[in-house]
Design a protein around this ligand. Structure first.
Ligand code: ADP
Ligand code: ZN
Length: 516
């Protein structure tokens, strides 16, 4: 019998297994239900494709990624592994042909979309009874979790399949799952005492940066300039934002196209294709774009808005740098975006669902505001403790670049106090910089702090304010719109009881040093 190692060499041309691949394959071959958590690009496909070749009979691969199936199946057939797929993109004659192939018993791998498995008048689930089913692989297994960011109701039916084939091992694979999602995967899929394989989620080649969302378009252009002709994805919150952003970038002479569910299918497919072939450099998209995009040289992922949860953020940023080369993840954060998302989630129909989503959203906000090394925070969220800071995120860069900002911090804190803690950061900055707006002239130009911060930019003050909030000198309050108030720490700084050290070099200037 041909061994996994021989298959690795002869079919894939690799000499060594990577990470836990070999143990995962062993687990599957010993008939054990298995759960694999491995980051994007880690090499999950081999983990079920190799057992499929070692075992007699058919391996079923359940995947929601219709767009990827054809490529995967073509690649397998090209190296001589008989494979096919079934999904809604096929004509009925194509589907009939695949069904004949299943019945002939010659297929090694069959990729199916979950709806194809259980739907129709002769669901595949029943047809499989007469085939020699050897293994079931569930790709993107986090889709089974209602609390995840990509729930697919059809995935819940996989539990029935598990019951119908008690002798067949099941392997579930995902690149993103926090603790709750992990529990869901095992439970909802009905896996029998599964063996877990959790690889490190660290993507050491990705530089994480989160910067305040003021003048975001200018900052983005500055960032894109450093990227030169690299390819990357820019995520926006709505379809409208996507269209506008793509237009602005095109107007700035950049190679960018939009992608969202509101564009018709052909346009979407064309834009995606151009991006994958490197004929267009920047894909401006809603989160509808990216799942299953197999493009290894994505050099940056930018989020114009905070994502709804850390899993989504991690998965989206994970599309950068699959080839292992240095890559950037940039996010613009503002507290008002948080409030917008909060309102959106709060309007969800199912209150239990809304609760879980709100908790996840608030973890996302904490992540943005935290002054802990980004990578440490992220990995901690996924249950991995790091003993050291990463040295490759905005927080780590900032630590080496601190300046005494006690005086400006006191100016800002005192403005907030004079405003009776009833306003947001933007308004306080207008006062500091001596705005001529009618409302301010009328109501607040008499304040002693009015105009005392004229010599510094709007951006300086906003960055300072966000840092003060991030480091616990200011707290956000207000339900209708964000207002700021001083914490005990803020008060003690205002009363001159401690220095305020800040890294004001939060912008993108560390970048060049990094990528060389
Ligand atoms: P994932 O599904 O986890 O995102 P893939 O299965 O697509 O990752 O694998 C990512 C890339 O790594 C592929 O190009 C694959 O051929 C390659 N790869 C996988 N295993 C190995 C290995 N043992 N040695 C070298 N390259 C590998
Ligand atoms: Zn770090």
């Amino acid at each position: 019998m041909i061994t996994p190692k021989e298959i690795l060499k002869s079919y894939y041309g690799y000499d060594q297994f990577r990470g836990q691949q070999e143990s995962i394959i062993d687990s599957i071959l010993s008939h054990q239900d298995t759960i694999v958590l491995m980051p994007t690009g880690g090499g999950k496909s081999l983990c079920y494709q190799i057992p499929a070749m070692v075992k007699e009979g058919l391996t079923l691969v359940i995947s929601p990624l219709i767009a990827l199936m054809k490529d995967q199946v073509d690649a397998l057939n090209a190296v001589g592994i008989p494979s096919a797929f079934l999904n809604s993109s096929q004509s009925s004659s194509e589907q009939r042909y695949v069904n004949q192939e299943i019945n002939s018993g010659k297929l090694k791998l069959l990729y199916v979309a979950p709806e194809r498995l259980f739907g129709g008048n002769y669901p595949l689930k029943d047809q499989l009874k007469d085939s020699n089913l050897a293994l079931v692989a569930i790709d993107e297994a986090h889709c089974v979790s209602q609390w995840g960011h990509d729930f697919r109701p059809d995935y819940l039916m996989i539990g029935d399949l598990r019951k119908a084939f008690p002798e067949v091992p099941f392997v579930a694979l995902t690149a993103t799952a926090d603790r709750q999602t992990r529990t869901d995967i095992a439970e909802k899929l009905g896996l029998a005492q599964p063996k877990w394989f959790i690889s490190s989620f660290d993507r050491a080649n990705i530089t994480y940066r989160i910067i305040p969302k003021s003048n975001s378009f200018d900052k983005l252009l500055e960032f894109l300039e450093l990227q030169q002709s690299n390819s990357g994805i820019i995520y926006c919150l709505s379809r409208k934002n996507v269209d506008e952003m793509a237009e602005k970038l095109q107007a700035a002479g950049l190679s960018a196209l939009p992608y969202h569910a509101g564009l018709n299918r052909e346009v979407r497919a064309r834009h995606q294709e151009l991006f994958i072939k490197d004929e267009v450099k920047i894909m401006v998209a809603t989160i509808a774009f990216g799942m299953g995009i197999d493009k290894s040289n994505v050099r940056f992922v930018a989020h114009m808005n905070m994502p709804q949860n850390i899993e989504g953020y991690y998965q989206e940023t994970g599309r950068a740098g699959r080839d292992g080369l240095p890559s950037e993840a940039l996010m613009f954060y503002s507290f008002s975006d948080y409030m917008i998302l909060q309102r959106m989630v709060d309007n969800a129909e199912n209150p239990e669902y809304a609760d879980v989503m709100l908790t996840k959203l608030s973890r996302m906000k904490d992540f943005c505001q935290s002054s802990v090394c980004r990578r440490r925070y992220l990995l901690g969220y996924f249950g991995e403790q790091q003993s050291e800071d990463c040295g490759n995120c905005d927080i780590c860069f900032g630590k080496n670049n601190q300046q005494d900002m006690t005086v400006p911090a006191q100016m800002l804190l005192s403005t907030i106090v004079r405003l009776k803690e009833g306003f947001g950061l933007g308004y306080a900055v207008l006062i500091l910089r001596g705005s001529q707006s009618a409302k301010i002239q009328e109501e607040h130009s008499q304040l002693s702090v009015y105009g005392i911060g004229k010599d510094k930019s709007d951006e300086f003050w906003k960055t300072l304010g966000q840092q003060l909030a991030r480091e616990g000198y200011l707290a956000e309050a207000g339900t209708q719109f964000p207002t700021l108030k001083l914490t005990t720490l803020g008060w003690s700084t205002l009363k001159n009881k401690g220095k305020f050290m800040l890294s004001m070099k939060m912008s993108l200037s560390n970048r060049k040093k990094q990528s060389t």
